[in-house]
Design a protein around this ligand. Structure first.
Ligand SMILES: Cc1cc2nc3c(=O)[nH]c(=O)nc-3n(C[C@H](O)[C@H](O)[C@H](O)COP(=O)(O)OP(=O)(O)OC[C@H]3O[C@@H](n4cnc5c(N)ncnc54)[C@H](O)[C@@H]3O)c2cc1C
Length: 604
């Protein structure tokens, strides 16, 4: 066996130049993409031709910290370092990534070339060029991939950031759907937009609601293709569930308008099948909804005096959640922490301040009965405001709120702010990360003690976040039905929360003085995430995991991310991208490729 492999390897080496000279052979699996320096790497004149075709929007992107590699003390390096905690700055850089890497998994790498796309035709040109020249293609929108799937060394980058036009429709009907589908209010968004741009246009300006992401700087195309959860998903479902139509450039270079009638399978795959695997999306049209009267929040931290008191606290909170909060009004998360505290960071929709307070009062009364055991933080706050003001960052600033942080660059849009609560994640270097959907059956009375046991046991290793808005149990039937018609793992529909366990540190960039990761800490933290996840898996052995918020090292990723949908997704992939032009780590069809996506047949 070993000898045969050795021979196969020797043969491959001896005929390498010949393979480069030949077009892909039909029926053959041998296929290698080219890198700079390879004989088939495009000649300067060919790059020039592409540059002309895309009206100059082609560049050689410098690594994010190139200036610091050259001269760490120079003013320009210092300015870059200051911006590393600004997600808009990171997103504006073709080599920027919103997390600065993952210990043992990936390190940000600049592409060899980038097309900074201003139109669908720029995207078509880049896709055709990559296919014709056998380049490793990579697509970046907001740059929030935890798995590092929007950056790759030696690649051609499709950078959609400049494409951010947004148009609202009162009566949208998809292509080919006239007279068949009832018109509905909608919004069309170009692929480079961030959710903050969309919320500003749809909610602040137009007084309507669109289901997008919680983090304001996430890109629309990446999130919708993940499935996509926002703070109010327990009421409105997933972002993918709201997708009416998409414009996408497929591997053959064709710009397609896809919806349930034109290309039902591709349309379905784009709804949660994972970004960067089926084509380059240029535009998305999403359903909009009427706005509820109020959006609000409930925030506090409760510290338990002893391990025993903490166990009682978690028990009580599980009861309270199951009986009073598992419904369309309540989303976002709580954190169950190793220091015996429960941090509540939840949001509400459709409840006035008084109504929200009424919901929480019994829980606070229970805490107040035992002041020796439980200390409620003084910054406890529960309140609602008119929903239209939720994403009005300037309005928040005028009211003196510190809930948002602004892009402070001189040319920044006044609407460009992010949730201050997300600051910790900006540029973070990950040590470990995993997620699993917790089935709603665990909220049934006889199961609650097992759930509480597992949560407490897990928190002894690492803090556990329960993201209630990322599990649809308790959502309205229509939101669940829309999500059921997407490629996302169906276990999301019957789960009350997505449990996320993650550890990391402030931005780290291996190789840069003072910014190298702390390996020993990273190793310890990664192990703690693994141990905590194991404790949770004991009560949810078949749990799926959310493709975009998951473990880079998940060995059963096909089943974990997509469950029984994987076979259909693979069939769509083979139909629309038979040569595997679109590759991402643990994306549909990626099992045929080497880890770096350069060699099909599993060998780099
Ligand atoms: C700080 C942070 C907060 C997050 N918050 C949430 C949240 O609230 N809810 C949630 O559901 N998820 C959340 N996520 C996960 C996030 O939704 C996904 O990582 C999403 O894919 C990011 O999209 P992006 O465009 O910002 O990222 P990118 O890294 O640019 O893209 C992500 C993936 O999509 C592909 N892609 C991007 N644009 C296109 C396109 N036009 N066509 C085809 N493929 C494309 C990329 O190739 C890549 O594989 C968060 C992630 C981070 C880092």
């Amino acid at each position: 066996m070993r000898r045969r492999q050795l021979l196969k390897g020797a043969l491959a080496l001896s005929i390498l130049p010949a393979i480069y000279a030949l077009p892909a052979r039909a029926g053959s699996d041998a296929f290698r993409r080219v890198r700079p320096g390879d004989p088939r790497w495009p000649a300067p004149a060919e790059w020039d031709a592409l540059r002309q075709h895309v009206e100059g929007h082609l560049l050689v992107p410098p690594p994010l910290l190139a200036e610091c590699e050259r001269a760490p003390d120079a003013a320009v390096c210092q300015a870059t370092l200051r911006h590393l905690r600004n997600p808009y700055y990171l997103g504006d850089q073709p080599s920027g990534t919103q997390v600065s890497g993952w210990f043992g998994a990936w390190t940000p790498a600049a592409s060899a070339y980038a097309v900074t796309c201003h139109s669908s035709s720029d995207v078509v040109a880049a896709v055709n060029f990559a296919r014709e020249h056998r380049l490793r293609l990579v697509i970046k929108g907001g740059g929030h991939s935890y798995q590092g799937t929007s950056n790759a060394a030696d690649s051609l980058l499709v950078f959609t950031r400049p494409m951010r036009r947004i148009a609202l429709h009162e009566r949208f009907v998809g292509t080919g759907c006239d007279g068949i589908v009832r018109p509905c209010p909608a919004v069309t968004v170009e692929a480079g937009a961030m959710w903050m741009d969309v919320y500003d246009a749809v909610t602040t300006q137009a007084g309507r609601y669109v289901q997008g992401g919680g983090c304001a700087t996430v890109g629309v195309a990446g999130l919708v293709q993940s499935g996509g959860f926002g703070s109010f998903s327990k009421r409105y479902g997933t972002a993918a569930g709201g997708l009416l139509e998409a414009e996408v450039v497929t591997a053959d270079g064709v710009l397609r308008t896809v919806n349930a009638r034109t290309d039902p399978d591709l349309y379905w795959a784009l709804k949660g099948g994972g970004g960067g695997s089926f084509g380059a999306v240029t535009k998305l049209t999403l359903r909009t909804h009427g706005l509820p009267a109020f959006f609000g929040s409930a925030e506090c931290t409760i510290k338990a005096a002893t391990d025993g008191a903490f166990r009682r606290l978690v028990d009580r909170f599980v009861d309270f959640y199951a009986e009073s909060l598992c419904n369309p009004h309540w989303g976002e998360s709580v954190s169950i922490r190793g220091d015996n505290s429960l941090k509540v960071g939840m949001v509400s929709q459709g409840l006035s301040s008084a109504e929200a307070m009424q919901v929480w009062q019994p829980f606070f009364d229970w805490l107040a009965d035992d002041p020796q055991e439980f200390v409620l933080s003084e910054d406890k706050s529960i309140g609602s405001r008119p929903a239209r003001e939720w994403w009005d960052a300037q309005g928040r600033r005028q009211r003196g709120s510190t809930s948002v942080t602004f892009d402070d660059r001189p040319d920044a849009s006044p609407t460009h702010a992010w949730w201050s609560g997300d600051q910790e994640q900006v540029g973070a270097f990950l040590h470990g990360y995993d997620s699993l959907w917790l089935p709603a059956s665990l909220l049934k009375r006889p199961q609650r003690a097992r759930l509480a046991d597992a949560l407490v046991a897990a928190s002894r290793h690492a803090d556990v976040g329960l993201h209630f808005n990322k599990g649809l149990a308790g959502a309205p039937a229509e939101a669940i039905a829309a999500a059921r018609d997407t490629a996302m793992n169906a276990s999301a529909l019957s789960s009350f929360a997505l449990a996320i366990v993650a550890t990391g540190e402030a931005p780290r960039y291996p190789g840069l003085p003072g910014l190298a990761p702390t390996d020993a800490l990273a190793r310890r933290n990664a192990q703690a995430v693994e141990q905590a996840t194991e404790e949770l898996r004991a009560v949810a052995p078949a749990a799926g995991s959310y493709v975009s918020e998951s473990n880079f090292f998940n060995r059963t990723w096909q089943r974990a991310f997509w469950g029984s949908h994987y076979a259909r997704l693979l069939a769509v992939k083979k139909r629309y991208d038979p040569e595997g032009l679109f590759f991402v780590h643990h994306g549909v069809g990626s099992e045929d490729w080497s880890a770096d996506g350069f060699a099909r047949d599993g060998k780099a």
